[in-house]
Design a protein around this ligand. Structure first.
Ligand code: GDP
Length: 337
């Protein structure tokens, strides 16, 4: 069942400030098709529990066979949110063009880019920025398209590589730096403001397209804003970089040594730690801890959802907690022209 009507779409088609024309660009296999499916699931075309498995944009037989995307496909997404001005819930129409990531098909990429104003750049957390990331990013900037970044496959860092929050932060930092080096090399001077991506202004998201979860600093700053009595934009600055929270001083500090104890940076303490801990406890089957955490995070699970185990349970919990489509569509609406 679609969760929008033709009339709703027709109405916003006249309001250009509520329309985003964008494409998803990535190195092959970094998860573009999987991600596109999550976004489409949110707009109501595919059922939510199938998100990530369907490959809705791979419509041709040869694409399904080879497991890659060859032709560009266009999909319209309908999304209602209040984030742009924090007051009023407005509908947005997001026209999403999924273009191929393979080098052989770069004319298709250029054609897709011509009709868009923004691009969601998907980079694999494990592989980092690759050759084709640079090629498509260069093409996008050449067409004066504004980029936002999504670091995908973070689940692999947690489950396969078993890295800690600090290592993850360092990896994120490296991916962002590499992307920004490319952006500063190819951005046009006449684009006005700098096109650099920056977690502290909400133009970088982290997550797992496969399991349908993602977050930006905006997402967590909104949650913690009340607790720290700090406005969202100020708190986002604290949630990245060399910022720490001293329990003794009950204040944010920039020195990681609190007496003799070393503090974790805020990003690790307030974001990565809950994300990693919940994920590992679900996978290890420590349900007492899991139900405690879901309750304190305000995640409501139905009786039959509580019967799920392993990756299915992880997917279910994380989609309710930090839904990928919500975070990414919000970022697209807020950050892309
Ligand atoms: P594309 O070539 O960029 O469209 O990439 P796909 O969406 O086809 O993904 C390539 C492979 O990576 C597939 O096997 C996906 O299942 C896998 N994949 C995509 N996103 C994730 C993710 O978030 N986590 C993990 N572990 N695998 C993913």
């Amino acid at each position: 069942m679609p969760n929008f009507t033709v009339d709703q779409i027709r109405e916003i088609m006249g309001k250009t400030d509520q329309i985003r024309n964008m494409s998803v660009i990535a190195h092959v296999d970094h998860g573009k098709s999987t991600l596109t499916d999550s976004l489409i699931a949110k707009a109501g075309i595919i059922a939510g529990d199938k998100a990530g498995d369907v490959r809705a944009t791979d419509t041709r037989a040869d694409e399904k066979e080879r497991g890659i995307t060859i032709k560009s496909t266009g999909v319209s997404l309908y999304f209602e949110t209040d984030i742009a001005d924090q007051k009023e819930v407005k509908p947005y129409l997001i026209n999403l063009i999924d273009s191929p990531g393979h080098v052989d098909f770069s004319t298709e990429v250029t054609a897709a880019l011509r009709v868009t104003d923004g691009a969601l750049v998907v980079v694999d957390y494990v592989e980092g920025v690759c050759v084709q990331t640079e090629t498509v990013l260069r093409q996008a900037l050449g067409e004066k398209i504004k980029p936002v970044l999504f670091i995908n496959k973070v689940d692999r860092g947690i489950l396969e590589l078993q890295v800690d929050g600090e290592t993850m932060y360092q990896n994120f930092q490296r991916v962002i730096e590499n992307a920004n080096v490319i952006i500063s090399t190819y951005e046009c001077d006449d684009m006005g403001e700098s096109q650099q991506v920056d977690p502290t202004n909400g133009s970088v998201a982290f997550g797992s397209a496969l399991f349908g979860w993602a977050f930006t600093l905006t997402r967590f700053a909104r949650v913690y804003s009340e607790k720290f009595k700090l406005d969202i934009l100020k708190l986002m600055q604290k949630l990245w970089g060399d910022n720490y929270f001293s329990p003794a001083k009950k204040a944010f500090v920039t020195d990681d040594m609190d007496g003799t104890t070393q503090l974790p940076r805020c990003f690790v303490q307030f974001i990565m730690k809950p994300v990693i801990t919940l994920c590992r406890n679900v996978m290890d089957g420590n349900y007492d801890i899991v139900w405690k955490m879901t309750e304190s995070l305000g995640i409501q699970l139905k009786h039959d959802e509580k019967q799920l185990t392993g990756k299915l349970l992880m997917k279910c919990i994380y989609q309710k907690w930090i839904n990928a489509a919500e975070a990414l569509l919000e970022m697209i609406v807020m950050k892309l022209p």
